[in-house]
Write a protein that binds this ligand. Structure first.
Ligand SMILES: [Zn+2]
Length: 279
């Protein structure tokens, strides 16, 4: 995502169009594109990443032959025959991206969570969204709240250049903060969590998602940033870290949030957790 602070000096100007969930339609895959992409991954990230890409895209090739709608994207309200599997240097995420709007699993689950919590996002409610995903922006703006966006690299936000580890906002400025897949990109996650808590008014909430293996207790810290610019792959011990900063931490499995519609939305149990952190 957009907050890899170590590469800031050389990073070109970026916009929210680089984020997942930027209304990008899926590009067709074929044998040639799979081979070219695998070679590119091999050069940039090594053999494991190339193998993951090859397996992932081959599965996408076969899935593209389906025509019967069996899935549903609640973000773009589309019945679709498949979600697109995606891969990075670490893993394959099956049934992840909507082929029409590029929503990911977490966005479809978060949309449900936000809808449940949105009664609090009334007119005058001050909401700050880090690294905003374009597909979520219009959905949130429907709520009439005082909605602001921010990021370190992205330029098309209300407050560009904000380092989540050391924010310029006054304490107790916002009722709610949204941060999806940002904190894994910053060196000092404890400072980031502390800053998110600082800018919330009493009773306010930060809704945070971060990638992790939620069947594992321990967070793995990477020695360098070669793994997609991530400093770490979280485990459940992050809850203890959050509890040092926030008064309460509610762990929401977005699979459970979707109830019986979870599989139709492409969601998996314990794949995407959202942490609703209150001060
Ligand atoms: Zn969609």
């Amino acid at each position: 995502m957009s907050s890899n602070l170590e590469s800031s000096d050389s990073a070109p100007l970026q916009t929210t169009a680089v984020n997942p969930g930027a209304f990008r339609a899926a590009t067709p895959v074929g044998p040639v594109s799979i081979l070219k992409g695998s070679l590119s991954r091999w050069r940039r990230q090594g053999g494991r990443s190339a193998l993951l890409f090859f397996r992932c895209q081959t599965a996408n090739l076969f899935a593209s032959l389906r025509s019967t709608p069996r899935y549903y994207c609640n973000v773009c309200e589309s019945d679709i025959p498949r979600f697109v599997h995606i891969s990075n240097a670490l893993w394959i995420t099956r049934n992840s991206a909507c082929p029409k709007c590029d929503s990911r699993k977490r966005h479809r689950g978060l949309f449900l969570l936000y809808q449940r919590l949105f009664p609090g996002f009334h007119e005058g409610f001050k909401l700050l969204h880090f690294a905003p995903e374009p597909i979520l922006v219009p959905l949130i703006k429907q709520s009439q709240c005082e909605y602001r966006t921010t990021d370190y690299f992205l330029q098309d936000v209300d407050f560009p250049g904000e380092d989540v580890q050391s924010l310029s906002f006054s304490s107790q400025s916002f009722d709610c903060v949204l941060s999806n897949h940002v904190i894994e990109h910053v060196a000092d996650d404890f400072s980031a969590f502390r800053e998110l808590a600082r800018i919330l008014i009493p009773g306010g909430a930060a809704i945070i998602t971060i990638p992790g293996d939620w069947k594992r207790k321990e967070t793995i810290t990477f020695p360098d940033l070669s793994n997609n610019g991530h400093y770490r792959d979280y485990g459940l011990d992050v809850v203890s870290l959050l509890e040092k900063v926030f008064a309460s931490v509610e762990v929401v499995d977005l699979f459970d949030e979707a109830g019986r519609n979870a599989e139709r939305l492409g969601l998996d149990s314990r794949h995407d957790l959202a942490f609703v952190c209150r001060v």
